[in-house]
Design a protein around this ligand. Structure first.
Ligand code: FMN
Ligand code: EPS
Length: 390
């Protein structure tokens, strides 16, 4: 499966075209709207989220609620667009006020794509960069991910994401019954964390940062349960599923690092405390006594839950701005800003869930190669029996 996205943050809409979804998969706009709404929530979001009410339009590839096997087009409207038609060049600008309205951006914001993008594409107005580098684009990545999640769900595979750290406040590893419980609890939390003890502390940290004109980042975790063993491959660098997932998580705006299982902690521990012992029983076949490696060995799934974490840097736009240089005058300035999120880690956990679901679903469709959902399910079930009886 593959997808492309198109659209500017303050343009009329975001669009994605997704290809390779097996025919017969049931997809409704509710399946996607639920995920879009989840991405909009979370303590620390700015004023833009009060304007938008993301809802999908399914424009192709689905008929009577079922995927046709043909490309699926999904679109999400930007409600804010009506306030930007002149700036975005859709409506004519009256004589004499052109410069004011165009608000040409010559002042790059540290931590954003502004300066590098301007140098690369030769834009003297950095709005031409920021419109597309904005995380508004993650809206349709979540829409594509919702389709992937639906596909995985039909195959008995569940994906859930949550927040494990915000601004240095860490959630404790609370045992939960299953991923459904994790999902329910995080849905009810303003910071999407499973640990109720830390919710208030995380919100306080966000509020404090905002009060200081600052921003904070954090860590999100995505768990995938129900995977068959052996998805991905060790034979080539570009077939390793853990590498694809890591790339997808790193591609989320503001993400600076990824780890699986105990991740970077592995550097401090001896091998005997890191590797997961292999065990066997008749009912489950081969499993692991622990899951320190987060569900991967040799670029392939072990059948244990995939556990992947990503770190998000603090939001770069600061109410107490850092210095930068105007590209026209070369003068130093401290950027002024109109609105911004102060923390988007809870929202980013939904994006992370979506991009991980996409990579896992793509790998499954590639490996068990079927154009039809019913035959894909048969193939996966056969492979699970094969692994158990091996
Ligand atoms: C859901 C989400 C919301 C974001 N909101 C903002 C925001 O309001 N203001 C901002 O400056 N950056 C925001 N960012 C981060 C920037 O998009 C990102 O830092 C920027 O595009 C530069 O990319 P890089 O950090 O990956 O290098 C957000 C990121 C995500 C994932
Ligand atoms: C619009 C979204 O996030 C935006 C991501 C973003 C950025 O620079 O990445 C900057 C802000 O946009 P604006 O400048 O229009 O307020 C956020 O609101 C969204 O998540 O849907």
């Amino acid at each position: 499966m593959r997808y492309l996205t198109a659209g500017e943050s303050h343009g009329p809409q975001l669009t994605t075209i997704i290809e390779g979804v097996p025919a017969g998969l049931s997809i409704t706009h509710e399946d996607i709207d639920i995920e879009l709404a989840r991405r909009q929530k979370g303590h620390g979001r700015g004023r833009r989220m009060q304007i938008e009410k993301d809802q999908v339009q399914i424009l192709s590839g689905v008929r009577h609620g079922k995927a046709l096997g043909s490309p699926i087009t999904l679109a999400v409207e930007n409600r804010d667009w009506t306030h930007w038609t002149k700036i975005m060049g859709i409506e004519p600008i009256e004589e004499g006020v052109e410069d004011e309205i165009k608000r040409k951006i010559s002042r790059p914001r540290p931590g954003h794509a502004d300066l590098n993008g301007a140098i690369k594409y030769g834009h003297r107005d950095m709005r031409n960069v920021l419109e597309r580098s904005s995380a508004r684009e993650t809206t349709v990545r979540v829409a594509a991910g919702a389709v992937a999640k639906k596909l995985l769900f039909e195959l008995g595979i569940t994906v859930a994401g949550h927040v494990v750290e915000i601004g240095g406040v860490k959630a404790e590893r609370v045992p939960y019954k299953d991923l459904t419980e994790l999902q329910e609890v995080t849905e009810a939390s303003s910071v999407r964390s499973f640990d109720p003890k830390v919710e208030q502390q995380m919100m306080d940290a966000i509020d404090q940062a905002k009060e200081n004109g600052d921003s904070i980042g954090g860590v999100v975790e995505v768990i995938v349960e129900g995977m068959p063993a052996g998805v991905g491959s060790y034979v080539h660098y570009d077939r390793k599923l853990d590498a694809k997932i890591a790339g997808a998580v790193m591609s989320i705006n503001a993400f600076k690092g990824v780890e699986f299982g105990i991740g970077f902690q592995a550097a401090q521990l001896p091998g005997s405390k890191v590797h997961d012992e292999i065990i066997w029983d008749e009912e489950n076949g081969y499993t692991r006594r622990t899951n320190n490696l987060g569900g991967f060995e040799g670029g392939m799934t072990t059948g244990m839950p995939i556990v992947v974490r990503g770190v998000m840097k603090p939001i770069p736009t600061l109410y107490k701005p850092l210095n930068s240089v105007d590209i026209e005058t070369k003068e130093v300035f401290a950027a002024s800003i109109e609105r911004s999120d102060s923390c988007a880690v809870p929202a980013a956990s939904v994006v992370a869930e979506a991009v991980v679901a996409w990579e896992v679903a793509s790998a499954i469709v590639e490996q068990f190669g079927q154009d039809r959902i019913d035959l894909l399910l048969e193939n996966i079930n056969r492979s699970k029996v094969h692994a158990r009886d091996f």
